[in-house]
Ligand binder design. Structure first.
Ligand code: GLV
Ligand code: MN
Ligand code: MN
Length: 426
């Protein structure tokens, strides 16, 4: 069964000026000096200030706002009937070197949809909801998509509250500290459907001159933290043959990860994004190396092969160097396929609005991949200039933001009018 595109209020359009003002106001919180980007790591003071601003906007729009035990915030606009809402949303936490669009667009475009309907005096057939989920980035507290994972019942709340971050802080106490340990029940009730608009964060749409991505899937994600312990010693006096150097093991593993990805071929990617040596001094063979490896693939079997080959290399290299290795899984999510009915709807809506559109997988992780476990879900992508993201230089043009947000508006209206959306397999 297909979901019919929105025919009622077909001429309705969002206000890009208003959306851009909200994007700028939110980006001013945690702004990185001399750039357009911002740093609002999850559950920090900056995240709290960003949350407070978005909650104020939700109240200003008359939304009924709830906060749950992991700090997810949902604002609901009443519809003609009660029942599960058509939900959109994303996250407002950022990496430490974040842009102003990653996540923020999905939340603020949702508020823009609500304000557009309010300004036109339109009550949607079903309630609409705009959500922002806690700690999507996972940059402070792993795994990523933590809030939406707990929202859909993928991790017990108690386990999530116990997670310790890279700075030693814990999720539970940090939520209490910033005042976002709310009472709304978890796991949450399933929405009628979920749509997330997000910047692509990659180069494909721009390179092909396409305005909208109708996202079909999200690739699998494997994050591992590796600690290698050896023998700290004098850099000048210790012969190479007598070294037990964890720094060497870490460097060799990082090099291997890259070779592995090249050998497996696209879409396999591999990244060593965090690397710490102890004591980190010019003339000391390190005692310890800690690093992370991020492996991703759209194919679960290939991803498992990559994980196994990396683990084998690590064990053999550490053993040969006389070092010991400990690994911790920080995040592991299988690839996710979105509901083809919602993907079709996004594609058809974009076409009806006169935009070029391409069906495509997502390379980045998103809250939508968690929501897909409990309700029909898909995503709308807009182009990222030069494919840059997780970088203050991230940029999407106002025209593309406007096009994507109008696709979101009309996709949500169509979903609100559709009655039979029982989840399908996959
Ligand atoms: C989350 O944003 C990720 O894809 O790393
Ligand atoms: Mn994001
Ligand atoms: Mn991100």
């Amino acid at each position: 069964m297909t979901v019919t595109t929105n025919q009622k209020h077909a001429d309705l359009r969002i206000d890009i000026g208003r959306l851009n003002r909200r994007l700028a106001d939110l980006a001013a919180i945690g702004a990185i000096e001399g750039t357009e980007g911002c740093a609002r790591l999850a559950l920090t003071d900056e995240d709290k200030a960003g949350r407070d601003l978005v909650v104020t906007w939700m109240h200003d729009l008359g939304l009924e706002v709830t906060v749950d035990g992991i700090g997810n915030v949902v604002g609901v606009m009443a519809g003609e009937t009660d029942g599960p809402p058509v939900m959109c949303g994303s996250h407002i936490d950022t990496v430490r070197t974040g842009g102003r669009y990653d996540g923020n667009l999905g939340v603020l475009a949702g508020l823009e949809v609500v304000e557009t309907l309010l300004a036109a005096g339109i009550t949607p057939p079903r309630p609409l909801a705009v959500a922002f989920f806690t700690d999507e980035e996972g940059a402070r507290f792993a795994p990523d998509m933590l809030g939406s994972l707990v929202y859909v019942g993928g991790m017990p709340l108690e386990e999530a509250l116990d997670i310790t971050g890279i700075d030693g802080a814990q999720v539970g106490p940090e939520l209490v500290r910033i005042g976002y340990d709310g009472p709304a029940p978890l796991p949450a009730a399933a929405p009628h459907a979920f749509v997330e608009i997000h910047v692509e964060q990659g180069p494909v749409l721009e390179a092909e001159g396409t305005t909208i991505g109708a996202v079909t899937s999200v690739q699998g994600i494997s994050w591992t933290e590796v600690s290698v312990t050896g023998q700290s010693n004098h850099a000048g006096t210790t012969p190479m043959s007598m070294r037990r150097d964890p720094g060497f093991v870490a460097a060799a593993a990082a090099n291997f990860a890259r070779e592995l990805a090249l050998d497996l071929g696209a879409p396999q990617v591999a990244t060593v994004g965090r690397l710490e040596l102890f004591p980190n001094l010019v003339n000391v063979v390190p005692a310890k190396a800690t690093f992370t490896v991020d492996l991703r693939n759209t194919d679960e079997a290939v991803l498992q092969d990559a994980e196994a080959r990396f683990a084998d290399f690590l064990t053999a290299t550490a053993e040969a160097e006389g070092c010991t290795v400990e690994t911790t899984t920080l995040a592991r999510f299988e690839p996710v396929i979105f509901d083809p009915r919602v993907v079709d709807l996004v594609e058809a809506t974009a076409t009806e609005l006169g935009h070029s559109v391409k069906r495509m997988p997502s390379g980045a992780g998103h809250d939508a991949q968690m929501l897909a476990r409990i309700c029909p879900t898909a995503m709308v992508f807009t182009p990222s200039v030069d494919g840059i993201s997780h970088n203050p230089a991230e940029y999407t043009s106002p025209e593309d933001l406007e096009a994507g947000s109008n696709v979101l508006l009309h996709t949500m209206l169509a979903l609100a009018a559709a009655d039979d959306l029982t989840p399908t397999e996959g």
